[in-house]
Design a protein around this ligand. Structure first.
Ligand code: SAM
Length: 312
């Protein structure tokens, strides 16, 4: 679908009253979009990769408390943390997007494809936890609350990661996957400040951020930096709604953000797209002045893991 048509549809749906807007958008995603066929593997993998980043940074995630910003529809990263031995996950979302039918379908997929799931987690899997979840959910009726409680997932929605009810020093890992790009910079600064309050001194922040123009995921006629040609006010007209807001911060902006929060960057692992490098070097990519001074290297990064901790 042409991205401008998609943008027009999203803007119209976002202008509906809240409950009608959420229901309509879900219906569209379910009927025509990414929720047509539920496959939990990608989101379970995001939890696994977060876990691996912690281990690579010298952390020990087993038996620890995770905090996730931006649950989304299925709470699958928290499920992955629990399957690998986390004590619990508190997951917070500004919007109550969690859908029990999607959780059920995800679990059904897992039970139909057990070997794939075992292969995904490898030696990180706690087989006894997988088995206990299967006992609870395969072929028997269960509620969303039973699922969440069994997997030690505390779901807070609506809730703001910039202002949580958690006690100081009560979490070990502060995580998100493809969430930060949807939040304005000033709110991200507040989320990191709140993270500094609720995380233990030796805790880690592990965030994966997608820098690409998300319209390029469903419109192959545009590049991953198509949106960088627009001024902020032009871009606001296309994507300034609750479903597609993107802050367009680049890797260097994110590093500044984490440093400004008083963090030491422990690792950053940007993905560089060679096709974007070629496009940028050819001089054919149009860039708004907001991005004109950025290097080709920075502009050709399509996403990154950033792992950081409180300084000192
Ligand atoms: C693109 S979704 C990603 C969801 C999930 N991580 C996934 O991979 O499916 C981004 C989510 O972040 C949530 N969000 C945005 N701002 C937030 C905030 N300040 N606190 C908590 N959640 C927030 C949105 O409501 C949305 O559900």
């Amino acid at each position: 679908m042409h991205w401008k048509l998609k943008a027009a549809i999203q803007n119209s749906v976002a202008s509906l009253p809240d409950s009608l807007s959420y229901a309509t958008y879900y219906w569209i995603q379910r009927r025509f979009g990414g929720l047509k066929n539920v496959n939990p593997v990608g989101r379970l993998q995001s939890g696994l990769e977060t876990w691996q980043r912690i281990v690579e940074a010298g952390g020990e995630p087993s038996g620890k408390a995770f905090f996730e910003v931006g649950t989304g529809r299925m709470a699958l990263a928290p499920l992955a943390y629990w399957l690998m031995g986390a004590e619990k996950t508190i997951t917070v979302d500004l919007n109550p997007y969690l859908k029990f039918e999607l959780i059920q379908e995800s679990l059904q997929y897992m039970w139909r494809n057990l070997e794939e799931i075992r292969g995904l987690f490898g030696s990180s899997l706690q087989e006894s936890r997988l088995e206990s979840l299967r006992q609870l959910t395969q072929g028997t009726s269960f509620s969303q609350d039973q699922f969440l409680e069994h997997c030690r997932i505390q779901y807070i929605a609506p809730g703001d990661a910039a202002k949580t009810p958690l006690s100081p020093g009560s979490i070990d890992f502060h995580t998100s996957y493809q969430v930060f790009e949807h939040i304005p910079r000033e709110i991200l600064a507040q989320i990191l400040a709140e993270g500094n309050r609720i995380i233990r001194d030796q805790g880690l922040f592990v965030h994966h951020i997608d820098y690409s123009d998300h319209f390029s995921h469903s419109d192959s006629s545009i590049s991953a930096i198509n949106f960088l040609q627009y001024s902020d006010s032009q871009w606001e007209k296309y994507a300034g709604n609750r479903y597609m807001y993107m802050n367009r911060l680049r890797h260097d902006d994110y590093l500044d953000l984490f440093l400004s929060a008083g963090h030491r960057i422990r690792a950053d692992l940007p993905d560089v797209d060679p096709a974007l490098q070629t496009l940028l070097k050819s001089g054919k990519a149009q860039l708004d002045q907001r991005f004109a001074d950025k290097s080709v290297d920075v502009l050709s990064m399509t996403g990154s893991w950033i792992v950081s901790g409180k300084e000192g």
